[in-house]
Design a protein around this ligand. Sequence first.
Ligand code: ZN
Ligand code: ZN
Length: 613
Amino acid sequence: MTTKRKAELVVPVEDENDLLRITPLGAGREVGRSCILLQYKGKTVMLDCGLHAGHEGINSLPFLDEVDPATVDLLLVTHFHIDHAAAVPYYLEKTTFKGRTFMTRPTKGVFRWLATDYIRVTNTSNSESTALYSEADLVNAHAKIEEIDVHQQIEIGGIKFTAYNAGHVLGAAMFLIEIAGVKVLYTGDYSREEDRHLVPAENPGVPVSVLITESTYGLHNHEPRVDREKAFMKQVRDVVRRRGCCLLPVTALGRTQELLLILEEYWRRYINELENVPIFFISALGKTGTRLYKQYVMDMSRRIQRQLSKTGQNPFDFRYIKTRTGASEVPETGPCVVLATPGMLQSGVSRKLLERWAPRPENGLIITGYSVEGTLAREINNSMDDIPALSGGRIPRRIAVTNISFSAHVDGAQNCAFIDEIRAPFVILVHGEENAMMRLRANIVDKYKGSDYEVAVHAPRNAQAIELHFHGEKIARVMGGLATKVPGQGDYAAGVLVEKDFNYTLVDVADLHEFANIAPVVVEQQQHVPYSSSFSLLRLHLEQMFGALPLTTEKSNSGETNILRVYDAVDVSHSSWKTHVEVEWEGNVMNDMAADSVVAVIFNTESCPASVK
Ligand SMILES: [Zn+2]
Ligand SMILES: [Zn+2]
């Protein structure tokens, strides 16, 4: 693992409890293993728990040892991508974490399969397994995950959180987290463009104190979606027209389903021309993916739901796309279109087909997803003469390479527009490569310098805590009997201040039960103090200390009982036939102190020379 850095940005504060601490345990100046820690007022929330595709085994985990898992109250997972969710089973089953975990229903449904695939791929691609958990761990963890609906607010132990649409992929959510009045919005991966099947990311429309946003594309701007689609289809058509094979390396689930919708629509429209050009979608999870997408149509955009109700046919029931687990049916020569996993050409079917088709110029490769640094999908371009073969050696490259991004992340302009809309005084950038992130940060700082929007932008590294100070200003609501009169300027209200989950109410003791669900009880205290001298001596000593005391005398068969009352609160009973004095009072701070001094006087009287005589 790389060396960890300690917090460098420290704001001087009077009260530790007013510090909001935000620490990326992953996705700090990198893309991959998203995991952001939020700590405030003794509460700890973890946002996402993903794995880094560029590392293996425990090195792919976020810096989880920066926090004691037993202290994490809540884990919120934005979407099913490996870099946001794949470490969840590890955290739930292999650590002492005992908090609660939430994700949306589609995220939970799809995640189950993606994680199974992660275990399968990790176990088969290495001679020594580097999988961080087993299928059994996944099953156990999956059963513990709870679901949250979009726009649903849940409160757990004073932490309120709400899920909002994030676009990006099916089920992707942003989370608005509120602790003690401080609101933090975490975007996860998000997209504000309307595509064929998703609801774009939304603005929660409430004042936000801290915005934690992705910055994958930095300041880079995408071309408009319509232009990208046109360019994409033109490229596909050019390849098949010259009877080439068109290869699209894709992930099994997510943006791929959008590409499938585009291709299906295009084939339907131009069926005369394309009738004999097969489209294959090759992935171990292909069929499962289609089934899941059909199942969650109601969690998608209105457009796709309208399509379903109008035609009665599920838009993910593809007519022209053949979904297969292996490449055996793929023809040796074109024309054909093949979408194959994995998306970054690391290994597997997409890599095998690339190596097969790379030498011929009529073939085409279209990279549509975001490719991590160091992968072939990131490196390959039209000026490379050859590419590395997995079996060793080099293969000549004449295949035409095109990059058309369909990875639904906001671009620079969209991210800046969202930051401008939210207007949070603090913006924290995560999920971006360092250079892209730094350019975005400089741009935001420059843009608002001297304007009425004062914003501090941070781009912390992994394990570097950003500490933000929020005033611990407390507002208490006055309720019940205390609230019957409108207070005037300078009036005081006195009652019992009740705190529950960072909400304060001021009520009269008599109203405690009704407004705070607290039943007031009286504690009767009684103490027996050994005493063998006369009542008159006791009375003398007590009155010397407390002044004249009211006396009540009760007579019974056994003898006489004299009761002295001290401060109108503590009763001291002396019975002629007993060898102790009984002290009784109603327990509270004042009475307890009075009773203490009474007991001290009795001890004193019992041990003084006069009583011995
Ligand atoms: Zn994602
Ligand atoms: Zn991501």
